[in-house]
Design a protein around this ligand. Sequence first.
Ligand code: 26Y
Length: 822
Amino acid sequence: TIKVEDDRTGLSLETLKRAIADNLFYIQGKYPAIATKNDFYMALAYTVRDRLLQRWLNTTETYLKSKVKVVCYLSAEFLMGPHLSNNLVNLGIYDQVRRAVEESGLDFVELREQEEEPGLGNGGLGRLAACYMDSLASLEIPAIGYGIRYEFGIFDQEIRDGWQIEITDKWLRYGNPWEIERPEASIDVKFGGYTQAYNDENGHYRVRWIPDIIVKGVPYDTPILGYKVNTANTLRLWKAEAPESFEFEAFNVGDYYGAVNEKVVAENITKVLYPNDEPIQGKQLRLQQQYFFVSCSLQDMIRLHLHRQDSLDNFHESFAVQLNDTHPAIGVAELMRLLVDEHQIDWDRAWQITQNTFAYTNHTLLPEALEKWPLSLFGRLLPRHLQIIYEINQRFLGQVRAKYPDDHQRIARLSLIDESGEKYIRMAHLASVGSHAINGVAALHTKLLQQDVLRDFYELWPEKFTNKTNGVTPRRWIVVSNPKLAELINRKIGTNWIKHLEELKQLEAFVEDAEFRQQWRQIKQDIKRDLAEYVKKNHAIDINPQSLFDVQVKRIHEYKRQHLNALYIITLYNQIKQNPNIDVVPRTFIFGGKAAPGYFMAKLIIKLINSVAQVVNNDPDVRERLKVVFLPDYNVRFGQRVYPAADLSEQISTAGKEASGTGNMKFSMNGALTIGTLDGANIEIREEVGAENFFLFGLTTPEVYALKAKGYNPWDYYHANSQLKTVIDLISSGFFSHGDTNLFRPLVDSLLYHDQYMLFADYQSYVDCQEQVNQAYRDEEKWTRMSILNAVRMGKFSSDRAIREYCQEIWNAQPVNVEMQE
Ligand code: 26Y
């Protein structure tokens, strides 16, 4: 029989080959002889997109037609990473498409590497949103991710003379085959102006907002396909444009240049991702970005809701809206405005709906990262929202007063407005008051929120607080990034683990199987060799694949203590210099991570690492036993390469500072052992893998607090520890800076005079712990057993588990089966 396959959906080799050629011709407008690598990549990407469109449209149709509850994940960042491989894996057609590409005479890996990754996030928080989108779809939960389509994502990092240089990320340069623009679904957003009170036809008091500018939000949709299911949810990112009518208005008043300027102002809103994570900066454009995407998203939900039925009274039964940190917290005031001002719902009912709709995830304990907006700036940009916030605050503080009469300090602490000096709006307070649930991202973090950062709210509403320990998707972080390991696992226990990660536990049975251990080791070896080749090819550095790969990749931050790692490297170096024949375990120290462009100390830490690398890597006494490499431009793609190649994962933040961490999970899943403090999710990882399979060091959170309270003096450690003193003195002497004693002085002085993150207090414990790592690594079989046990006990840290908990305990959302009809 002859089977006729549709070129857009067919999966036979012949059809796939024809489809690629067809897309090359009809979409890229090229034939093979003149096509660039990127043209071929685009043709391939469209071929893959075609194969998920039917699922996408069926999914959207299903949600539109029935009254299912939809989870809306509001996030200023989505750090998706490359889509191609992930979609191929989730569609279950990776090998088939690879063959089709190769039979077309093309290099699959080369085409795959053409994709520009959408770097629309800074780090952990944005990547978490991406993992959650994957799990939502894989668990068949109706969901929309709402965010901002930044024209420029996180900058590309180059290293020149050891310093970070930022390069604009022009990710849309050659087009983005994964998104579809939906101009017909655009939404208007107002800014500035003033408000007016009036009485409506029924004599009710109302307020209208007369803005001075209107910006149009245009949605760009990207399908997010679940793993081997029909569900393809939508990531809807908003681009800001000037409304069409602007020119006419301008011509009418004759101010052409003024009108052009307004267009520029409007389009600026979604130009660029703010590249700072933790410390806030209070820039007006950032508040505009936040309000812009939140207003578009909430208006979009209301439109969808009204399309599905008539009454806004049960909006919260249609949508569960998750606030990814406080960046979208203005949504609380915006939903109130939409319900009260634009849809004439009375305040009390609107407030019930709002509280039942929102839930808030906190991602940070650093006080300097808690968002607050100067009241003056806020009122100028969002005059109506300021009034609404005052009203919310007045009613809220009334409740507080009823419960704690005359406790004025508590009232001032709880207020949505900080009135201690210049007045600020406290966004975490707005989010907490406007939500029915508040969660931290690891057990310790949630506990610290309750005891510290949000203590007064916890005392008021203990029932609102829950913990939701983070998770990461095993599809991207094992199947896509480590196909060899996935293959070995599949041979032993089948493929169920990909959706039920706890099933990896079955592999514990093979820990005493010498052949299995050998296979496990061999895979790690092969991947380390691949990474060594990559580093050689791209950075012209030789690294020894037999050495211990010790990896720290994450944003550069003092609290994450990359410089503690550097102090250990210098310690080892000094030991070798003192005794050049000392028997040390050969190690390759691999660093990666971006510093916020304005964060001087973080940039100096990068320079220090590169300066130490220069000395260590070129000292003949070291004889290849130590290598230090800082790999530029750490991103999702490089993460996929490095996690599988790591032997040792550095998770060394000061206890009580890292909310959770998620890189820690990715390493462990891929068989790296962790050296870490009792911080964030490290604690739970250690609980799961067993204390004997985890290298623990450092102060605990209570010890950190106690030491601070009693008066921490870094000089005590400096004087008492000669090894530490030697290291610090060597940096100060200019040894790593060609004799320049000033270069690293700010870093050294900050350690000697403040050491806010207590590196000195943890130094000896870290060095001792690293010695235990060395001993363990010398025993190959022991190390392999530990590696296996780490990976196979990571079931808890699948984002599927996290999303199930959110669904049950916060969103009240259920899976919905999507039928495939043509
Ligand atoms: C306000 C603005 C400057 C800002 C922008 C981005 C503030 C914070 C951030 C990003 C924070 C972030 O990425 N936090 C990380 O969230 C991860 C996911 O929950 C955690 O694993 C990680 O510990 C935390 O640092």
